[in-house]
Every structure is written in structure tokens, then in C-alpha cells.
Ligand binder design. Structure first.
Ligand SMILES: Nc1nc2c(ncn2[C@H]2C[C@H](O)[C@@H](COP(=O)(O)OP(=O)(O)OP(=O)(O)O)O2)c(=O)[nH]1
Ligand SMILES: Nc1ncnc2c1ncn2[C@@H]1O[C@H](COP(=O)(O)OP(=O)(O)O)[C@@H](O)[C@H]1O
Ligand SMILES: [Mg+2]
Length: 194
């Protein structure tokens, strides 16, 4: 446990690739002033820096595989500490992606008070990602890698949801509707925390 983060309010945002995690997190930031940390964004920033570590990460991400747990957890923890004095709470987007990641996070940082499960059909996610791929410049927004990311999501990440369901902190959000409809349910879940 980190002292600086001892009383931090933590929300895990979990959902398949392209389910709309990033889109909803931006809206939560605007309304509630929470700090949004996307593991994917942190990793892409490291890749963009051109560092040696970034090069290794880039190869893994292009294949749609998971990067080593310690790498991503260290990045998240560092980013959380950097905001600790000003943050009202943290949205941890794209993490945990496997049960082990959740366990390590709790050992090194703290426990989440809510898990937002952003749920969309696989066809919907593929459609959104193919569309996003036209402009995103993301090396993993192509048909082959999208399929791998989806497979890995169902295999490794869905068990994370079951794990936290046992603790009663999961709120499932149907993300098939419009961005605003989805957000009204996200806001209800966050309001229920207070
Ligand atoms: N129609 C519709 N489109 C949405 C909705 N939410 C997001 N989108 C679009 C915006 C993006 O182009 C695409 C993927 O959204 P995000 O980048 O927010 O997804 P996410 O962060 O879950 O994906 P990632 O895990 O980073 O690949 O889908 C929604 O509720 N309705
Ligand atoms: N928590 C994590 N653990 C391991 N690898 C991760 C994690 N978060 C992101 N990544 C890596 O970054 C890539 C992109 O992640 P992200 O932006 O969350 O998109 P998506 O959820 O659509 O796959 C993943 O395919 C993976 O290689
Ligand atoms: Mg995202």
C-alpha cells in the first residue's frame, strides 16, 4: 500500500476493446473532476517516446497481447501518485485485464470501491473499432489484431468481472446506446457511491 494513495477513491473501468471506456471516462472527468488513467494511453505514450522499453511494448501491443504486469502497474502507480494531491478520485481504464492484475493492484495501491463494466456486443465493438481505425492511427485497430484483442478479453478479462461481482462492487452498463444514454447510467452508478 502506498501512503499517498491510502484514501484514494478508485473506480475500475472494464470492458472489451472498443466498448466505449475511454469515451465514458472523458465524460466522467468533465462532470466529476476525476483523474482518468488509461493503461493503453500510458503505454502508447511510452511507445511514442521512442525509448527502448517503448519498442518492446509496441511489438506486444501490435499483436494484441498483454504487456508484462509489472510494467503497466508501475506506470499506473506513478501516474496516480503524481496526481494524488489534487485528485478527487481515479478512473482506472483498461486495468485490470486479468485477475492477477487486480490482486497486485490491491497489494501495491488499494482496493476499488466500484467496477464499471462497460458491456457491448462483440459485433458492436468490432464495428466501432474498424471505424475508429480509419482515423485513430492506432497500430492495433486492424481486423486481425482486433480479433485477438477480443479473444483475449473474453478469456482473460471477463473473469475479472466475476471476481469483483463476488464482492458486490460491479455495476454493469449497457453500452449499445448513444454516448449520452450510456453516460446517464454511468453517472447513476457513480452517484450511488456518495
Ligand atoms: N455509437 C456509439 N459509439 C460509441 C459509443 N462509445 C464509444 N463509441 C465509439 C467512439 C470510438 O470511435 C469507438 C471506441 O470507443 P473508445 O475509444 O471510447 O473505446 P475503448 O476506450 O473502450 O476502446 P479501447 O479499449 O481503447 O480500444 O466507439 C457509444 O456509446 N455509442
Ligand atoms: N492492463 C494491461 N495489461 C497488459 N497490457 C495492457 C494493459 N492495458 C493495455 N495493454 C496493452 O495495450 C494494448 C491497447 O490497450 P487499450 O488501449 O486498453 O485497448 P483495447 O482495450 O482496445 O485493447 C493492449 O492490447 C495491450 O497490449
Ligand atoms: Mg480506450
Amino acid at each position: 500500500m502506498s501512503d499517498k494513495l491510502k484514501n484514494a477513491k478508485i473506480i475500475f473501468v472494464v470492458g472489451g476493446p472498443g466498448s466505449g471506456k475511454g469515451t465514458q471516462c472523458e465524460k466522467v472527468v468533465a462532470k466529476y473532476g476525476y483523474t482518468h488513467l488509461s493503461s493503453g494511453d500510458l503505454l502508447r505514450a511510452e511507445v511514442a517516446s521512442g525509448s527502448e522499453r517503448g519498442k518492446q511494448l509496441s511489438a506486444i501491443m501490435q499483436k494484441g497481447e498483454l504487456v508484462p504486469l509489472d510494467t503497466v502497474l508501475d506506470m499506473i502507480k506513478e501516474a496516480m501518485i503524481a496526481k494524488a494531491d489534487v485528485s478527487k478520485g481515479y478512473l482506472i481504464d483498461g486495468y485490470p485485464r486479468e485477475v492477477k492484475q487486480g490482486e497486485e493492484f490491491e497489494k501495491k495501491i488499494g482496493a476499488p470501491s466500484l467496477l464499471l463494466y462497460i458491456d457491448a456486443k462483440s459485433e458492436t465493438m468490432v464495428k466501432r473499432l474498424m471505424k475508429r481505425g480509419e482515423t485513430s492511427g492506432r497500430a492495433d485497430d486492424n481486423e486481425e489484431t482486433i480479433k485477438k484483442r477480443l479473444d483475449l478479453y473474453y478469456k482473460a478479462t471477463e473473469p475479472v468481472i466475476a471476481f469483483y461481482q463476488g464482492r458486490g462492487i460491479v455495476r454493469k452498463i449497457d453500452s449499445e446506446g448513444s454516448v449520452d444514454d450510456v453516460f446517464s447510467n454511468v453517472a447513476k452508478a457513480i452517484d450511488s457511491l456518495k
